[in-house]
Write a protein that binds this ligand. Structure first.
Ligand SMILES: [Zn+2]
Length: 131
């Protein structure tokens, strides 16, 4: 059983989700080392939504100082920290994309494929270098 605990020892990720987390950090280390401010996150969010035709999705920011750092994607909203990394934004948006396309929401190969496409697109357009 895989487990990931935060500083207070609370388990936040287990099993498949954690395996996915490790895999993506190993595959795209660059993307996770770049942190963006709110303006930049909004800008990349809009570009990805437009290019990949992700509809009606709301971006909400989570202040790390207000509690444990986390990010979520549910329904048509994603919640990310104010100093969101590039990879994290692509990850959460991949969930919404897969859900809108095929009602799938899991951490599986399909999500990894979507994530790859998102990161490749931004890399090609040089979006994350503009920070
Ligand atoms: Zn996820």
């Amino acid at each position: 059983m895989y487990e990931y605990k935060d500083d207070d020892g609370v388990i936040i990720w287990t099993g498949e989700r954690l395996k996915f987390y490790w895999l993506e950090h190993e595959t795209f280390p660059e993307a996770y080392s770049v942190r963006m401010d709110i303006q930049k996150t909004k800008q990349i969010f809009r570009k990805l939504c437009r290019h990949f035709k992700i509809r009606n999705t709301q971006l909400t920011f989570w202040n790390r100082k207000g509690g444990r750092a986390r990010s979520l994607a549910y329904g048509y909203e994603i919640l990310v920290p104010e100093d969101c990394s590039f990879g994290l934004l692509c990850h959460e948006l991949s969930h919404i994309y897969n859900r809108q396309r095929c009602m799938k929401f899991k951490h599986n190969k399909r999500l990894m494929r979507t994530l790859k496409r998102f990161i490749a697109y931004c890399k090609k357009k040089n979006h994350w270098r503009l920070i």
